[in-house]
Design a protein around this ligand. Structure first.
Ligand code: HEM
Length: 405
């Protein structure tokens, strides 16, 4: 990215976001060839090329969007939800971000997550066992949605009998992160925020009274040692972590299984050699990711490719476009589970201080859930593939009909 202080500023091309919703990969590819950024709305831009997307994550002239800004942009009324969103470490910067994130960086460290692999596999096996046989069903609902909710519940140490109550509220609250806030469901989302808060608070208090060998106990013990955030904030952050891993993993896992079932050679290769599973998970998240873009706000004027951006501009860094950029990937439109040009850190989880704390957990959840299907339901057939809708933020997956003979 270069500053050309003396050249005349160009105007970015304006693109109606609705146009990008139809065949988003093809539209993004056309635009990426033509230009490095387009304007979506007043003061809102989509950055398309890997050469800009990657450095902008950590450019000192950009910052993360703040919770209260997010609440204001989406016109979310005061209440449980607004308080929760305003407090999240996902939507904060600097010292506040570090203080809240550090608790989770320890508990979700790669080593700890790797140790949980056996527990994760046991939950995945249980879900696969419970799937219907001999009739068609929606894989997104019956399996992909249960993977993140049941697994995070098991790791945190929540009672398995609460899993339905818990999952219903998790997916309801997750809607608060849709690119367009669904105001028509506000009451339900608001209630889910309050109920999840009460539930997690109660579970934490139980562990303060009687510690257990689970992640919630570890979190509340670490918090107690430092007490650098209020207890209410600890509860909000735990709810935030649970929500952060729900829709993202649900859609990514369903899309992965669908992509593989449409390629019988890949499916057979994975059955024969489970060592190919991690590569397949990486490729699924690159090829059709569940998160399409990640927002940043400019703190200072930025000029790139001759275009001036004022401070306060919202940049949507299109990881979805960058992960199909031929400058970064060889034949980017080819789905290849043996691809050797994945960067060490997968871009779908972001780059820099806000990089996903659940990256390792998400990966292990998907690897073990795929392995569980390959072992116990290898003949599963895809009847209707899902579609991943949208190009920005959290993308939406449509139902996916499958049948296990
Ligand atoms: C395929 C699954 C997932 C994807 C694609 C994904 C994607 C992302 C991305 C792109 C960010 C960075 C946002 C930014 O830079 O502004 C992020 C942050 C975060 N993710 Fe994930 N995520 C996934 C799974 C999970 C899981 C399983 C958890 C936890 C259980 C989780 C919890 C979080 C949290 C708490 C943050 C905020 C980090 C911070 O701001 O410091 N995510 N995720």
């Amino acid at each position: 990215m270069h500053d050309h202080a003396l050249s005349v500023a160009a105007h970015p091309r304006t693109v109606d976001p609705a146009v990008l919703n139809d065949a988003p990969h093809a539209r993004l590819a056309e635009l990426r060839e033509e230009t490095s950024l387009v304007q979506l709305k007043p003061n809102q831009y989509l950055v398309l090329r890997a050469e800009h997307v990657v450095p902008l994550f950590t450019d000192p002239r950009t910052r993360q969007i703040e919770g209260p800004e997010f609440v204001a942009i989406h016109q979310i009324p005061e209440g449980n939800l607004a308080r929760f969103l305003s407090d999240l470490f996902l939507f904060s910067n600097g010292a506040a971000h570090r203080a809240k994130r550090s608790l989770f960086a320890r508990s979700f460290a790669h080593r700890i997550m790797r140790e949980a692999r056996g527990q994760i596999r046991a939950v995945a096996d249980g879900i696969v066992d419970s799937l219907p046989r001999g009739r068609s069903f929606d894989f997104v609902d019956a399996m992909a949605a249960r993977v993140p909710a049941d697994i995070i519940g098991a790791i945190l140490g929540l009672p398995a009998c609460d899993s339905r109550y818990f999952a219903e509220r998790v997916y309801s609250l997750a809607r608060a992160f849709s690119p367009i806030y669904p105001h028509e469901h506000h009451r339900e989302i608001e209630n889910a925020a309050g109920e999840l808060y009460d539930y997690v608070e109660e579970q934490l208090c139980l562990r303060v009274a009687a510690p257990r060998d689970d992640l919630l106990t570890a979190l509340v013990t670490d918090w107690h040692a430092e007490r650098n955030i209020p207890f209410e904030s600890l509860v909000f952050q735990i709810v935030g972590v649970i929500i952060g891993g729900s829709d993202t993993t649900r859609a990514a896992f369903a899309m992965l299984v669908s992509l593989l079932l449409q390629r019988p050679d890949d499916w057979a290769a994975l059955r024969a050699d489970p060592a190919l599973i991690p590569g397949a998970v990486n490729e699924g998240m690159r090829y059709d990711p569940s998160v399409g873009s990640i927002p940043r706000v400019t703190k200072a004027p930025i000029r790139f490719d001759g275009i001036d951006l004022p401070p306060g501009a919202v940049l949507r860094l299109s990881t979805m476009s960058a992960m199909r950029d031929p400058a970064l990937f060889d034949e980017p439109d080819r789905f290849d589970i043996r691809r050797s040009d994945h960067p060490r850190l997968h871009m779908v989880f972001g780059i820099g201080p806000h990089r996903c704390v659940g990256d390792m957990l998400a990966r292990i959840e998907m690897e073990e859930s795929l392995a569980a299907i390959l072992d116990a339901a290898p003949d599963i057939r895809l009847e209707t593939p899902p579609q991943m809708l949208g190009f920005g933020g959290l993308r939406q997956i449509t139902p996916m009909q499958v049948r296990i003979p």
